[in-house]
Design a protein around this ligand. Structure first.
Ligand code: UP5
Ligand code: MG
Length: 188
């Protein structure tokens, strides 16, 4: 059929678990387009959007932006890409995010989950130094709490559906990518 549904892989994991790093590796070997929900929201702030101030204050608090905003940005980026295979990085983060996508009849082929202890996440983010407003110890703690309370239930949901591919992300980046690569090679 001409209008095939897109192939979507969700990439989840705590703040600093390596979602962005590993997605950048994947697109060099497999024909996916990488869409980071967080990057799209930060670009929306910079664009001077009417929602910019609201998005900015939510990110600064580590809170999850209302689904309509994030989903609109993701759908627009999917359309503009010209591709039909997507790594969706950092989304869905809560039940509301998940359900909106399901209502659009978009089911992930599988869900990558980067598992990493909190101390390691903290270290990585504090070393990143890219000027992100949410990269300070106080906000990192809030981001981690939101991850545990809102996102881990989504991870469990996909595990119960047999869709979860869990990866030990506490290892060096090259070793993590070996595992990621094996998953993509066998799934696609
Ligand atoms: N690094 C990476 N891998 C490493 C390894 N194996 N060993 C050692 N170091 C490693 O990596 C983080 C740092 O660690 C980098 O310096 C890297 O070199 C190093 P990165 O790949 O950037 O990790 P990532 O998981 O992408 O971390 P990020 O901080 O982007 O994760 P978050 O989930 O916190 O951020 P995101 O941008 O997705 O979201 C930010 C905010 O936007 C959210 O808190 C929320 O407020 C909002 N948001 C929504 O509201 N809705 C959404 O759908 C998405 C975001
Ligand atoms: Mg990221």
């Amino acid at each position: 059929p001409r209008f095939r549904k897109p192939t979507v892989v969700f990439v989840l994991g705590g703040p600093g678990s390596g979602k962005g790093t590993q997605c950048a590796n994947v697109v060099q070997h497999f024909s996916y387009t990488h869409l980071s929900a967080g990057d799209l929201l930060r670009a929306e702030i910079r664009s001077g959007s009417q929602f910019g101030a609201m998005i900015q204050s939510m990110i600064a608090e580590g809170r999850i932006v209302p689904s309509e905003i994030t989903v609109k940005l993701l759908c627009k980026a999917m359309e503009e890409s010209g591709n039909d295979k997507f790594l969706i990085d950092g989304f869905p983060r809560n039940e509301e995010n998940r359900i909106i996508f399901e209502n659009a009849r978009i089911e992930p082929a599988f869900v990558l989950f980067f598992d990493c202890p909190e101390e390691e996440l903290e270290k990585r983010i504090m070393n990143r130094n890219q000027g992100r407003e949410d990269d300070n110890l106080e906000t990192i703690k809030k981001r981690f709490k939101v991850f545990v309370e809102s996102t881990l239930p989504i991870v469990s949901y996909y595990e119960s559906k047999g869709k979860l591919r869990k990866i030990n992300a506490a290892k060096p980046s090259e070793e993590v990518f070996e595992e990621v690569k094996n998953i993509f090679s066998s799934e696609t």
